[in-house]
Write a protein that binds this ligand. Structure first.
Ligand code: ZN
Length: 81
């Protein structure tokens, strides 16, 4: 495998992990959370930054990873008191 993941924060080669990013949030007028939806994104395991793809054959960055590998949306609903 000649492709490696590189942290965009300047750490060099890194591992990747999934992080949940908030894509939707609904609150009451008092600021209580009603609904929150998140979607997983691939980020660097070291800093949680975006990840670039480094190709050893061409010694250059050939792409970046910003995909949601699993089209999943988690929804939390909390009753207002
Ligand atoms: Zn990093």
């Amino acid at each position: 495998m000649s492709l490696e993941f590189v942290c965009s924060n300047g750490c060099g080669v890194c591992k990747i992990r999934l992080a949940d990013f908030e894509v939707y949030r609904s609150e009451t007028l008092d600021g209580d959370l009603i609904e929150r939806r998140t979607a997983p994104h691939i980020v660097s395991a070291c800093c949680g930054f975006a990840v670039d793809v480094w190709d050893e054959r061409v010694q250059d960055v050939t792409g970046s990873v910003s995909v949601e590998p699993v089209p999943r949306v988690s929804v939390e609903i909390r009753e207002a008191p």
